[in-house]
Design a protein. Structure first.
Length: 115
């Protein structure tokens, strides 16, 4: 059974940092493209970042220079380092793994940034 488990969310003041983790079981994470999304109540889920198989990354403009996503293949985990957090970064953060037609989502972890 495939499972993606996010962790690392919490409450932080503006300007602070958090590191989210997405741990996979049942798949070899390094063979999947991994994407991060976030969602706030009443809004559509927003794409945040992509980590390609080759390690290339891409980010939504609003987080460029502040967020970094990376792999820890030894732990079958992907991280999202979030620095200089802003109140508008508040939301439930999800990871998504894609390999062809195989798509898996995590359950989300809440990030709350207070100004």
């Amino acid at each position: 059974q495939v499972q993606l488990m996010e962790s690392g969310g919490g409450s932080v003041q503006a300007g602070g940092s958090l590191r989210l983790s997405c741990a996979a079981s049942g798949i070899i994470f390094s063979t999947y493209v991994v994407m991060w999304y976030r969602q706030t109540p009443g809004k559509q889920r927003e794409w945040v970042a992509t980590l390609s198989l080759g390690g290339n990354t891409d980010y939504v403009d609003s987080v460029k220079g502040r967020f970094t996503t990376s792999r820890d293949n030894a732990r079958n985990t992907v991280h999202l380092q979030m620095n200089s957090l802003k109140s508008e970064d508040t939301g439930n953060y999800y990871c998504r793994a894609i390999q062809g037609v195989r798509i898996y989502w995590g359950q989300g972890t809440q990030v709350t940034v207070s100004s």
